[in-house]
Design a protein around this ligand. Structure first.
Ligand SMILES: CC(C)(COP(=O)(O)OP(=O)(O)OC[C@H]1O[C@@H](n2cnc3c(N)ncnc32)[C@H](O)[C@@H]1OP(=O)(O)O)[C@@H](O)C(=O)NCCC(=O)NCCS
Length: 239
């Protein structure tokens, strides 16, 4: 995630609550794991540790928890795996026949993996459910999406300032678009700007329908999102 939360804004590190957050994000063919970010670098292989050797402690920890979750999911899928390294674009190199995605905030990491028979790409994103800063809306949201924001449903009915709700919906657009990008990039290797993907959000169902740039091999994709206890997660499976 690009816009990191300030200390303490992510509220939950409770395992059961976190798992409930991601439970319905994907079909059961996708294995998903979520865990509080911790110092578990010692659990990784030397080759994985070397990838974050010069990084700051927070980066090392989020990397380590993401990798540890991915190893757990590979084991659940019955796949023997060595170190999960990365390519020149920072994309994790999964074992043959596996697709997956990792995301982390300062406090939580999430990973989602599946057999390639069940999808050609997975994208997942986790963000603190906080208002974006002024100016972010026009970077992230298209004019169509900004019109949707004009009548977006209230997230916090008791909040007297509707601008904070609007800025939290922008955060949802940001998260969903990151998940879409991560689902396609490892296969097509084309950069997409935020305005190249346009979303229609169903706030009740927790779904979004994304129209895609011409460089994708399809025009639309549907994803899911959940927001609870100060956290947003978004996920996309490309079938
Ligand atoms: C790739 C990107 C989406 C990753 O997001 P992020 O803000 O760094 O943070 P996240 O925690 O959500 O994800 C990081 C993880 O994504 C994975 N990743 C990194 N680059 C990736 C890429 N190009 N494609 C897919 N996955 C990628 C890695 O596993 C990484 O974690 P790791 O380094 O610990 O292994 C972001 O850096 C980026 O390049 N965005 C620009 C393009 C974009 O978002 N366009 C949106 C319009 S659709």
């Amino acid at each position: 995630m690009s816009q990191k939360e300030s200390a303490g804004t992510l509220l939950r590190s409770d395992a059961a609550a976190s798992e409930a957050l991601v439970r319905d994000l994907f079909e059961p063919t996708v294995r998903i794991g979520i865990a509080p970010v911790r110092d578990e670098l010692a659990d990784l292989s030397a080759a994985e540790r070397a990838l974050v050797e010069g990084a700051v402690r927070t980066r090392k920890n989020e990397f380590a928890t993401g990798r540890r979750l991915a190893h757990r999911l590979l084991a659940e899928l019955g796949v023997a795996a060595g170190p999960i390294l990365r390519d020149a674009d920072r994309v994790p190199i999964w074992p043959e026949g596996i697709v997956g995605s990792i995301s982390h905030s300062r406090t939580l990491a999430v990973a989602a993996l599946a057999r390639a028979a069940h999808g050609s790409g997975i994208g997942i994103d986790i963000e603190p459910d906080v208002a974006v800063r002024d100016g972010v809306e026009r970077v992230v949201c298209t004019p169509f999406e900004q019109t949707w924001l004009d009548s977006a449903p209230s997230i916090t009915p008791s909040d007297p300032d509707p601008r904070s709700d609007r800025a939290r919906w922008v955060k949802l657009f940001f998260s969903a678009k990151e998940s879409v990008y991560k689902a396609f990039f490892p296969r097509i290797r084309v950069f997409w700007g935020f305005h190249e993907v346009e979303l229609e959000i169903d706030p009740v169902a927790g779904r979004f329908d994304a129209s895609l740039p011409a460089s994708a091999d399809r025009q639309r994709i549907t994803g899911r999102f959940a927001r609870k206890d100060g956290v947003i997660v978004s996920g996309v499976l490309v079938d």
